[in-house]
Write a protein that binds this ligand. Sequence first.
Ligand SMILES: [Zn+2]
Length: 137
Amino acid sequence: MSETVIPINRQYEDSEIQYGACRYCGQMFQIETLTGICSDETLDDAATAKCGCPEAEQEQHAKRRRERATKAISELFQEDEPEAEALLLSGLEHVLAGKIGSVQVQSASGVKGKISENAKGNIKVERNVSQKTIRES
Ligand SMILES: [Zn+2]
């Protein structure tokens, strides 16, 4: 546990200054809160998001990866294929956890969606509309 506290400059007049600790290294940070007293868990989350220790940085990286992929899935599917969006978002958790390599869905209207992890560790989100025409007589 570190003895020093990383101070912050107050941004709002009616805020509270509280303290949170990084969940990995214990570094203490001042946290400015506007909503009154926060739980220790919330304060520690905020401290961990600010901390520069390797474990905290790894978690921040994983969080950004999830946010970017979630945004990409929503941008590509939310408007016209919300069911595909929901399936891909739930699959994303398993891809991020490294348990599933890729998830692919196809909607009734023929829109295909796929998420996968590329060699660099980035999440790739694809949307494909197939234009196949078949006539049976
Ligand atoms: Zn830390």
